[in-house]
Ligand binder design. Structure first.
Ligand code: IPE
Ligand code: IPE
Ligand code: MG
Length: 228
């Protein structure tokens, strides 16, 4: 019998905003706005479920090559929503951290991120990691270069501590919304033994109830880690 449990760390690839808008004959930006609205509600629900760590994939390194207009739209939404969302996290005692190559982002966005992280630093209820300008291969390469710079061979544990997700356990459950069945350069090292859950539901429609379905599926999985 599979044992029922709540994951300690859930990671979500939030995909499908563009298609959500397209179905409604709206511009892609409307889908990103709907996704942004859903994101904070989902984050709050995750911690209400007793999960301690949540990583949300919001923008990949590869997404930075999208048309300038779409990127500008995403940055505008970020500027509009981020301060209020950070205040909500602070109120709920959730610590925010942003992972990714922040040097690729506009200066003012970086300043907002730094302020949001500082403002929520004493949150003890859980950690929300927002992956922006994040790539799994870039994460690994960055850690390799750091290990080389130190000039010492590293253990797996040391290596994990060199990744952007340092201090966080590996994700137990990795969810992808929006129908595609791929990892798209998300947490490549960290997801080695994550349970994977794919749903056709587009991210703006990924309700608390849909999230609970993923938790239920996770509860029925038997994690063997290669053992018998
Ligand atoms: C995910 O939605 C959000 C980002 C990657 C910024 P998409 O924008 O990829 O939406 P689809 O896949 O085109 O529907
Ligand atoms: C993955 O979605 C990245 C995020 C959700 C942030 P993409 O839409 O970029 O992935 P592909 O292009 O379908 O692989
Ligand atoms: Mg997509």
């Amino acid at each position: 019998m599979a044992e029922r449990r709540v994951p300690e760390h859930v990671a979500v690839i939030m995909d499908g905003n563009g298609r959500w808008a397209k179905r409604r004959l709206l511009p892609r930006g409307a889908g990103h706005r709907a996704g942004m609205n859903r994101m904070i509600g989902l984050a709050e629900h995750v911690f209400d479920c007793g999960i301690k760590y949540c990583t949300l994939f919001a923008l990949s390194t590869e997404n930075l090559s999208r048309p300038r207009e779409e990127l500008e739209g995403l940055y505008s939404l970020f500027r509009e929503y981020f301060p209020a969302n950070t205040a909500r996290l602070k109120e709920k005692r959730i610590r925010l951290r942003v992972i990714g190559d922040l040097s690729l982002l506009p200066e003012d966005i970086r300043a907002l991120i730094a302020a949001g992280e500082a403002d929520t630093a004493d949150g003890t209820r859980g950690t929300l990691a927002l992956a922006i300008a994040y790539g799994g291969r870039q994460d690994i390469l960055h850690a390799v270069n750091e290990a080389v710079r130190r000039g010492e061979s590293v253990t797996m544990q040391d290596f994990s501590a060199l990744l952007f997700t340092k201090d966080m356990p590996d994700p137990d459950l990795l969810i992808r919304t929006g129908k595609e069945v791929r990892i798209s350069n998300f947490l490549l090292w960290q997801a080695a033994y994550s349970e994977l859950y794919f749903t056709d539901v587009l991210f703006p429609d990924f309700s608390d109830k849909e999230f609970d379905k993923a938790l239920e599926a996770y509860g029925k999985r038997e994690r063997r880690y290669g053992k018998v």
